[in-house]
Ligand binder design. Structure first.
Ligand SMILES: CC(C)(COP(=O)(O)OP(=O)(O)OC[C@H]1O[C@@H](n2cnc3c(N)ncnc32)[C@H](O)[C@@H]1OP(=O)(O)O)[C@@H](O)C(=O)NCCC(=O)NCCS
Length: 262
């Protein structure tokens, strides 16, 4: 299994045992992971800490899964049979631990590849990968290199760029553009995380309005506070942006988010 590298991972239970089950220690040692020094922890010690994800791994066929009340980005449930409940010879019990160990490995790997990404500011070296992602997402490249840099953020998963969003500054206002998520990472909240990140960037840059133009996603942006505006109402600076002037067809819908009113 590839490691979760730059992720900080904790595990805890609602009713922690006094010590880690010896069969678990043995099953993990067989694959080269020494957990003999680990000890069971209670979730109560983590309740006041923020987490990007809380994954409940209880056996939903046989128990009521706990609700974590802390500050959590997303809750995910992946059900596994509880190997401590298996009744049998020591060999059969160890066999159950091995089976669940392998299942956890496969399913958490799937989860990692699907969900774990990290945002960072775009760098000029990202332009080629971002262009490929925009092309794959059928978004225009026109004018991209004019402001590519600090106004853009990229999402990285396993060293690959899987998401991008940018705010360009035109006159006094911002233009949100190039919001794209690679197909494999869609529908997991990444688009929303990036849009919110760019709105905060625009707020910090004291831009009173953020505009966008879209032909395909006008029903995606109202959830962030954007509403449709007539193209006539767009400021001249936005109309003169390359995206507006060259890339967006006349059928594109213009939207605005007002961050500050005078
Ligand atoms: C639009 C896009 C960035 C959304 O990213 P995402 O990470 O998949 O979206 P999220 O996980 O944050 O949100 C998923 C929700 O958005 C909705 N959604 C996704 N794409 C949408 C679209 N094009 N139009 C309307 N709603 C859309 C989903 O139906 C889902 O709705 P739900 O919460 O009611 O289930 C992504 O689909 C994409 O890259 N599309 C191609 C490029 C594009 O059209 N970009 C917008 C250009 S302005």
């Amino acid at each position: 299994m590839k490691s979760f590298s730059d992720q900080e991972v904790h595990s805890a239970g609602t009713q922690p045992a006094e010590r880690v089950n010896p069969a678990a220690v043995k099953a993990m040692a067989e694959i080269g992971i020494d957990i003999s020094g680990n000890f069971p922890k209670s979730i109560t010690q983590f309740l006041d800490q923020p987490f990007d994800f809380v994954i409940t791994v209880c056996d939903d066929a046989n128990e009521t899964c706990p609700v974590f009340t802390g500050n959590v980005g997303r809750r995910v449930h992946i059900s596994f049979e509880d190997p401590t409940k298996v009744v049998g010879t020591p060999g059969e019990v160890l066999g159950a631990f091995r089976r669940i160990r392998d299942e956890i490995k496969v399913r958490l790997r799937e989860f990692h590849d699907r969900e774990i990404w990290r945002l960072r500011p775009a760098a000029s070296a990202d332009l080629q990968a971002v262009s490929a992602l925009l092309t794959e997402s059928q978004l225009p490249l026109d004018g991209l290199n004019e402001q590519f840099g600090s106004g853009y953020t990229v999402a990285v998963s396993e060293a690959a760029i899987v998401g991008v969003a940018g705010v360009e500054v035109h006159g006094d206002d911002g233009l949100l553009r190039s919001v794209a998520v690679s197909p494999r990472h869609r529908q997991s909240g990444l688009g929303a995380v990036m849009v919110r990140n760019r709105i905060e960037w625009a707020r910090a840059a004291r831009l009173p309005n953020v505009y966008l133009l879209t032909t395909t996603a006008s029903s995606y942006f109202p959830r962030f506070g954007f509403s449709v505006v007539g193209r006539d109402g767009l400021p001249e600076s936005i109309r003169q942006s390359t995206e507006f002037a060259e890339a967006c067809p006349a059928t594109a819908v213009a939207m605005r988010l007002t961050l500050k009113t005078y």
